[in-house]
Design a protein around this ligand. Structure first.
Ligand code: MG
Length: 255
């Protein structure tokens, strides 16, 4: 089943996917997905993000070789937003690119999970777009806080999909379009460190908890995105995520 969250009549409402991709409210009514005000599909816990986890993408951004150990960083909750949102591109930057990624959602509290049992702790999957503003990189990938942890710069969704509905998460097509033009076309089978390896690695030194999210990296094909561009990132069978690049910063939160 596909689960989501929207803001509806002033409340946060948990929804599921209805016929023709429509949004089913708890009382059974259906909304057009384009009309819904989407939130990230879950309240995620720790967000782990893989850098350089596809060899072709590592080459594309001037690394000859992907890292031998997973290169992982964290994001705070400010970074996430839902389907059909807007992400700000500052006016003075030269290169802001999208990254279509498979998100893996942990379903159990766990530690020291061997790779052969890794899928036992997976609750499900979601699509994500891990935008980067490369102007802010210092020494390339270190540190990358200002590159990657920006307000609303990680759209996630629309749906969280139960693990049972995705029998082979290591064979899913990942595609991105800019204003309808296909720019990125890869497959999760080309990850350097696969899902079991990532879960074994992370749980080997820390506890993972239900709702933790692992963004597993992006394949070759990233491209610059300008204000006004519509970016679609799709993970086969998981979700088609729409986002628009904004030329203005988001309104600050009210206190
Ligand atoms: Mg990424």
């Amino acid at each position: 089943m596909k689960h989501g969250r929207i803001r509806y009549e002033g409340r946060v409402v948990e929804v599921t996917e209805g016929a023709d991709g429509r949004v089913r409210l708890p009382d059974g009514r259906l909304l057009d997905e384009a009309e819904a005000q989407w939130l990230p599909p879950l309240e995620f816990g720790t967000v782990f993000v893989l850098g350089l986890n596809y060899a072709d993408h590592a080459k594309e951004i001037a690394f000859n070789k992907a890292p031998e150990e997973p290169l992982v960083f964290l994001k705070g909750p400010n970074a996430l937003q839902g389907h059909r949102g807007k992400t700000w591109r500052p006016a003075d930057v030269d290169y802001m690119h999208f990254e279509c990624e498979l998100g893996v959602v942990i379903g159990k509290t766990c530690r020291n999970v061997p790779r052969q049992r890794a899928y036992d702790v997976v609750a499900g999957y979601c699509a994500a777009n891990d935008y980067a503003i490369r102007d802010y990189l210092e020494n390339f990938y270190r540190p990358n806080l200002r590159v990657k942890n920006r307000d609303g710069a990680t759209p996630v969704g629309p749906w969280f999909v139960d693990a049972a509905d995705i029998p082979d998460p290591m064979n899913l097509r990942l595609r991105s379009w800019v204003n309808g033009e296909l720019k990125q076309d890869g497959n999760t089978r080309d990850m350097v460190h696969d899902i079991p390896a990532l879960i074994a690695h992370l749980s080997g030194f820390m506890t993972l908890n239900p709702g933790d999210l692992i963004l597993t990296g992006t394949p070759v094909g990233v491209a610059d995105s300008k204000a006004g561009d519509e970016i679609v990132t799709e993970v086969e069978g998981v979700g088609r995520l729409v986002n628009t690049i904004a030329g203005e910063p988001p309104a600050p939160p009210s206190h």
